[in-house]
Ligand binder design. Structure first.
Ligand code: C2O
Ligand code: CU
Length: 436
């Protein structure tokens, strides 16, 4: 099979399970699962998941409320859970070797934390993540606003790709050095997994929470059958919502949309691959909502994030290095590096005073794009003329590109800073910082 081309599109609805909101304490059990991700009639695929499903159940809490999860490891490998994008207590961040020990086979770990920010987040394995996330160990984590926006449906759209063999099994080669030195493990089959819902009607107002759960693929996405606004990025509301056009999501990035259904038939999600759009998934539309008032789409209430102190900001550089097609491809300890260091050093890359602002220039000296993710904080992207832009937890830096980010380091602890193309992370593009 040609790994570069996608398999036939399928628009089968796979629905996301969710936790009951009633019980506080939840068990999240990592285990092997068999899932029909290929179209009906094709064989199911053996994956890993949580509580019998892939993706894992959608966890929903109100802003400021606790998440209380007992993680059970029923896999054949150690594992851990990271709560991506949550400005979390460091001890709950789920990073083996930095914030906790790995959870052994048959072991368990209590994750308890408050969710300070409303928005769209997700959880995923953070041990051998290049393999464990590729096998399906992830799920949505939704933090609801105290008074959520007025919509008829609030839907999660998890996008992923898989590398499958003819008989629907995951292809091996998770450890491929060739993949790691290039764009990572890219799948040959992709789809959007969408939460089940009551019937969506024409003129309904919908909130769509897109999450890119792929290990390495940057997804462009065209959403058809709706008109509306982008209201949040990586969980954080935009001060001024932007008109919905083509979306680009690096691995781990999220986009929230609020939009009105204009189609009489389907809302569809397309990946505009190689000029021939690939259908990732669809939501069927039936009937018409006669009572929806088309009030303007308002910004979401902001989360409380500290304002950067630009006048006293530390100026730092982070240079991405290595990979195929560069002179420094094979470094001593790995394929990729930040600032000449491949992998986690003994010492942090930087140490910050509590509450210190830093402006960091991210410079991509490689031939590939990287999605740079900082744990425990959100940062602002700075545009080329110096304007402070939206808050994100993961920023996509194209080959050869330079982008500044500004962050207020106000969450104490040891925090990972890494490329979220998980093959790159594994092969050295990761470091850590320390906040007093
Ligand atoms: Cu989404 Cu270090 O991870
Ligand atoms: Cu990378």
């Amino acid at each position: 099979m040609n790994r570069r081309s996608f398999l036939m599109t399928s628009a089968v609805a796979v629905t996301l399970p969710s936790f009951g909101l009633a019980d506080r304490r939840q068990v999240l059990r990592a285990e092997p699962v068999s899932v029909q991700i290929l179209p009906d009639g094709s064989p199911p695929t053996d994956l890993w998941g949580f509580n019998g499903s892939m993706p894992g159940p959608e966890i929903r809490v109100k802003q400021g409320q606790p998440v209380d999860v007992n993680f059970e490891n029923k896999l054949t490998q150690p594992s851990s859970v990271h709560w991506h994008g949550i400005r979390i207590d460091n001890a709950m961040d789920g990073v083996p070797g930095l914030t906790q020990d790995t959870v052994p086979v048959e072991g368990n770990f209590d994750y308890r934390f408050l969710a300070p920010d409303a928005g769209t987040y997700w959880y995923h394995s953070h041990d051998r993540s290049w393999e464990q996330v590729a096998r399906g160990l992830f799920g949505p984590l939704i933090v609801e606003e105290a008074s959520p926006p007025d919509v008829d449906h609030d839907l999660t759209v998890l996008i992923d790709d898989w590398r499958l063999t003819e008989d629907g099994e995951q292809a091996g080669g998770f450890d491929s050095m060739h993949d790691r030195a290039h764009a990572g493990r890219l799948g040959n089959f992709a789809r959007a997994l969408i939460t089940s819902t009551a019937q969506v009607r024409q003129s309904d107002r919908v909130r769509l929470r897109l999450i890119n759960a792929a290990t390495d693929r940057v997804f462009s996405v065209d959403v058809t059958g709706v008109t509306g606004m982008i209201v949040a990025l990586d969980g954080m509301p935009l001060t001024t919502p932007e008109l919905l056009t083509r979306l680009v999501l690096a691995p781990a990035q999220r986009v929230d949309i609020i939009a009105d259904v204009v189609s009489e038939e389907n809302v569809e999600f397309f990946f505009p691959a190689n000029g021939s759009p690939y259908l990732l998934g669809q939501i069927a539309v039936e009937g018409t909502n006669m009572s929806r008032s088309a009030a303007p789409i308002a910004p979401l209430p902001p989360n409380r994030v500290a304002e950067p102190d630009m006048a006293n900001a530390a100026r730092l550089d982070l240079v991405m290095q290595g990979g195929a097609m560069t002179s420094r491809m094979m470094m001593r300890d790995g394929i990729w590096a930040f600032n000449d260091i491949s992998g986690m050093g003994e010492a942090p890359m930087w140490q910050f005073e509590h509450g210190q602002t830093a402006r960091i220039s991210l410079r991509n000296d490689t031939r590939f794009a990287h999605g740079i993710h900082l744990h425990g904080h959100h940062f602002h992207e700075v545009d080329p003329i110096g304007t402070i832009g939206p808050l994100r937890d993961t920023t996509l830096v194209a080959a050869g590109e330079q982008r500044d980010i500004v962050c207020v380091f106000d969450n104490p602890g040891n925090w990972l800073l890494h490329c979220h193309m998980l093959g790159h992370q594994t092969a050295g593009m990761k470091t850590w910082v320390q906040v007093a």
